[in-house]
Write a protein that binds this ligand. Sequence first.
Ligand code: AMP
Ligand code: TRP
Length: 336
Amino acid sequence: MGKQRVLSGVQPTGNLHLGNYLGAIRNWVEIQQHYDNFFCVVDLHAITVPHRPATLAQDTYAIAALYLACGIDLQYSTIFIQSHVSAHSELAWLLNCVTPLNWLERMIQFKEKALKQGENVSVGLLDYPVLMAADILLYDADLVPVGEDQKQHLELTRDIAARVNDQFAGPEAPVLKIPDPLIRSEGARVMSLTDGTRKMSKSDPLEQSRINLLDSPDDIIKKLKRCKTDPIRGLTFDDRDRPECHNLLTLYRLLSGKDKTTVAAECADMGWGQFKPLLAAVAIAALEPIQAKYRELMDSRDYLNTVLRQGQEKAAVVAGATLTRVKDALGYLPPL
Ligand code: AMP
Ligand code: TRP
């Protein structure tokens, strides 16, 4: 039996932060050798809220470079740009026509983002999860490694696939493969540095709320110095009344690679003044090699172009076959 398929993606909007890294990309890297992986830069999703045309192309390169810098290995994984494979938009249209409107109106992320947009909510923002379903279903993905915030979108993807199979599959084989989410218990929800009850987010207007993968050592030290804590001495995990403490200890644990018991024992008697420089040091040490590799890749435009061209070619073959299968099932006259 061949390897199972993995697909995931990140939007080229703003800086990637520790939430994106620990909730998503680092997990992709850890499991990649066991799977056949497709990682896309989801640039069509990036225009579902107002965007800047002047920086979209550069931001797209930046995410592809960060995938590689974080350790995505082309021996196991294919990296490509969503808009370079037109099957994504085409399948999204077909899926639109089998997806009930009220399934989309229920999506938490839509409601949250729509609230922020005020009058200016596009149809694309509502349709965002259908495009995401197309991304996943085109590759017959078995597993989709994402952060906790994407769980509802994955459930919707499963529902859409099941509905297509119900309505259009013949007795022999389903049209679409139903994927499973892969959400880790730790790191799946990295919280804001300014409020331990809210997730770290690219769209938070407070720069202080997140550590970006490309932040300088100085910025990291400053952000951690100012981050929200509590007045209790001694640091503990899993205290419901101490969300900031839990989040910062978890970051320390994940970035240092130490296990939970070791970290709990090491930090049990610490005060914040002692812990914060320690956390800053492990964050800087974890990000430094990623930043160096990123800079090298961003200076090697020809190499990046080659990676993305080859990725597009490989992705287009797989996606094209699925699109044809779906169109056949829906009864389309094939191109003559
Ligand atoms: P996005 O920034 O929305 O394109 O998200 C890219 C990936 O990062 C998705 O798999 C998200 O689930 C994940 N992610 C985003 N924010 C966080 C966070 N604060 N904690 C954990 N994972 C996150
Ligand atoms: N919606 C995802 C996010 O914001 C990004 C995304 C788009 C995605 N298409 C995908 C993630 C397909 C996994 C699989 O994080």
